[in-house]
Design a protein around this ligand. Structure first.
Ligand SMILES: Cc1cc2nc3c(=O)[nH]c(=O)nc-3n(C[C@H](O)[C@H](O)[C@H](O)COP(=O)(O)O)c2cc1C
Length: 157
C-alpha cells in the first residue's frame, strides 16, 4: 500500500506538518512526502492514499497547489483515498472582526483542495482539516504536530 503526502510551504510550517504525517503513515504503509513542485506525474500511479496540504494564503491554496490539482488527469484518482489539509491563522485570536467575517465567506485552503481531489475521482478518506500557526510565519501552535499525525492515520482506517 502506497501513501503520498504532497505539500507546499512558504515558511516551513506546512512542510513540518506534511513530514510528520509521512512519518506517522510510514509506520504502517509505504509513505513518501514530496513538495508539490517536485512531484512527477508517474508518482501518482498505484497510490492507495493521497494527502495534499497547503498554507492558506488569501483564503486559498497556493498557486503551485492549484496548478498541481488542475493538472491531475480526470478520473485518475479513482480508487484512491484522498484527504486535504491546510495551515492557517487562528482568526478568533486575531480579534479582527473583518477577518472573521471574510473567513466565514471565503474559508480556508483545505476544503477546495478536498473538493478538487474528489472531482478527479478520489474518495474522501478523512474530512478536511486545518492546523494552526501562532503567527503568519509560524511557529505551529503547541500540539499541532501530534494532531496532524493522528488526523493523517485516520485515512488508513
Ligand atoms: C500573504 C499571506 C496571506 C495569508 N492569508 C491567510 C488567510 O487567508 N487565512 C489564514 O488563516 N492565514 C493566512 N495567512 C497565514 C498563513 O496561513 C501562514 O503563513 C501559513 O500557514 C504558514 O505556512 P507555511 O510556513 O507552510 O508557509 C496568510 C499569510 C500570508 C503571508
Amino acid at each position: 500500500m502506497k501513501a503520498l503526502v504532497i505539500y507546499d510551504s512558504v515558511f516551513g510550517n506546512t512542510e513540518k506538518v506534511a513530514q510528520t504525517m509521512g512519518e506517522a503513515l510510514g509506520s504502517q504503509v509505504d509513505a513518501l512526502v514530496l513538495k508539490v513542485t517536485d512531484v512527477q506525474p508517474e508518482q501518482l500511479a498505484g497510490l492507495s492514499y493521497l494527502i495534499v496540504g497547503s498554507p492558506t494564503r488569501a483564503f486559498s491554496p497556493t498557486p503551485a497547489i492549484k496548478d498541481f490539482l488542475k493538472g491531475i488527469p480526470s478520473g485518475s484518482l479513482t480508487g484512491v483515498k484522498v484527504a486535504a489539509f491546510d495551515t492557517r491563522i487562528a482568526v478568533a485570536e486575531t480579534n479582527s472582526a473583518i477577518l472573521s467575517f471574510l473567513v466565514k465567506i471565503f474559508g480556508y485552503a483545505a476544503e477546495p483542495i478536498a473538493k478538487k481531489l474528489q472531482r478527479k475521482g478520489g474518495a474522501q478518506g478523512v474530512t478536511p482539516e486545518g492546523f494552526f500557526v501562532k503567527d503568519s510565519e509560524g511557529p505551529l501552535k503547541d500540539g499541532e504536530l501530534d494532531r496532524a499525525a493522528a488526523w493523517a492515520t485516520q485515512i488508513l482506517m
